[in-house]
Design a protein around this ligand. Structure first.
Ligand code: FES
Length: 119
């Protein structure tokens, strides 16, 4: 990923994010769920496409998170939907840990590609 340092924004203290637990945060009108799973931090859109539930408090297992309302499953790395009732995936964000902070870039996916513009 070659995103300049200046394009990352500090979002939380790294020590505040416990293994296996999500945390909802908001930045510039983006609802984001931060999740630490197997030691790695993920940032995903905190809005289930089925009925708008917050995904931050869903159970995390095997690289996936389940929606706490009706249990649609999403892959943390890609946001891909794995099981319904949601019929589409969610956005991911480029995220990193640096100097004790969790930092995010709102314009890029976890794989470093640019988000597609909506419409
Ligand atoms: S709101 Fe997420 S599966 Fe229904």
């Amino acid at each position: 990923m070659s995103i300049p340092d200046s394009e990352f924004h500090s979002l939380a203290n790294a020590s505040d994010l416990e293994e296996g637990k999500g945390r909802p945060v908001e930045l510039n009108h983006h609802r984001i769920a931060l999740i630490r799973h197997d030691g790695k931090v993920y940032a995903i859109e905190d809005r289930c496409p089925h009925a708008d539930a917050s995904l931050a408090f869903g159970p995390v297992e095997n690289g996936c998170i389940a929606c706490p309302w009706h249990f649609a499953e999403f892959r943390l790395e890609t946001g891909e939907v794995l099981s319904g009732p949601a019929t589409c995936g969610i956005r991911t964000y480029a995220v990193r840990e640096s100097k004790g902070q969790i930092e995010i870039n709102l314009d890029h996916n976890a794989d470093g590609s640019l988000h597609k513009t909506e419409g």
